[in-house]
Design a binder for this molecule. Sequence first.
Ligand code: 4AD
Ligand code: MG
Length: 459
Amino acid sequence: MKRIKDYLSGQPQQDVVVKGWVRTKRGNKNVAFIALNDGSTINNIQVVCDLQNFDEALMKQITTGACLCVSGDLVPSMGSGQAVEVQARSIEVYGTADPESYPLQKKGHSMEFLREIAHLRPRTNTFGAVLRIRHAMAFAIHKFFNDKGFYYLHTPLITASDAEGAGEMFQVTTLDLDNPPRTEDGKIDYSQDFFGRLTSLTVSGQLEGELGATALGSIYTFGPTFRAENSNTPRHLAEFWMVEPEMAFYDVNDLMDLEEEFIKYLVQYALDNCQDDLAFLNKMIDPELIERLKSVVSTEFVRLTYTEGIKILEASGQKFEFPVAWGVDLQSEHERYLVEKHFGKPVILTDYPKDIKAFYMKQNDDGKTVRGTDVLFPKIGEIIGGSEREASLEKLNRRIAELHMDTKNLWWYIDTRRFGTCPHSGFGLGFERLLLFVTGMSNIRDVIPFPRTPKTAEF
Ligand code: 4AD
Ligand code: MG
């Protein structure tokens, strides 16, 4: 079945059928012009109806939001907005949309309002553009890794281990919450739960990803990730998608090269394949969008240690909401100062204090820092978090003990360091953070179809 995108880029022809939803209808007593959109492109096709040939009752049903099947001829357009248009012969109304209650009447609704009607917002130009770009980026991610010989590994969503050790997990249980079984000392008896243990939704596929990399060489995961952190910010979701490649035999420099190559590839892919949607977003949402995308592709990212970064922030004379000092976890205001004000380009920050990073990162000889890398982006702050992994069984075990982590659920992970351990590295890219950058949207709730955030799980 041909879609509107195909007709708009094709030649005039007899006997076409176009189906879609009405965006607008205008005209006079002789002729009606209907702008029809089927989601295949941001561009509408113009349907021209000679009102002599159409019943008044039928025309009345054609209002914004109605779904139509139009038969007619594709002819060269007299108007200036398009090369071709449909001269309608007959119209079937699949579904009406009562103008009294259909909420998407006029243009220019606020993003907040559109979030309340997330079931309908994909029908707007903005969300259509964002969702098509989201698809293109997902496709490009698979293409990038497939072309490089990485294998797509499906890691579990339900897990007994806290990969980041931050305790931000959503529990998964089938126990009766009103009357859970108890052990003799009064604690909840998870041995009677569905999996016979306490389980949660995963915060990262990395630990299983490392199992894959130490067998298949280079793998990536790409799937939903869950964090029960109570962060109501424009950059946090409780359910988001993460891309996590993991590579045997990569050290931290190989890792940073891949991080930079990967993001540039994705941004270039959007510039090459999403031109209409980007042009729309550039016009309506962010006038510097395309320029910013082009600049990221063509500049070399700065690589800087955390310690050097802190020095720059301390010397900046800038008044930050959260004061800076060596050892603090960087806030997005600090990250954005470095990227937007100081360097004016993306920055990869490395060698973070071990106390603000996860247990699995490779420890440096100074005893204080680890080989973690965060990629910091304009408008976003942290877009990627990654590291070389600690390959030494002894050092890993020591760190796990220092952090009083429970090894009961990690024995299989530690086994990678017992049997054929190897240098290896990996990173996680927040898919929605990437989309914020590529679309120019300013709230992460607006780059995922149905956002999950604290107190919000409708749709
Ligand atoms: O820095 P994070 O927590 O790193 C990890 O989870 C590692 N296991 C990744 C790895 O090395 N395989 O998260 C990685 C990225 C962040 O840089 C950010 O882009 C995104 O995931 N992210 C979120 N995106 C949306 N909402 C949230 N609540 C996010 N938390 C992290
Ligand atoms: Mg991080």
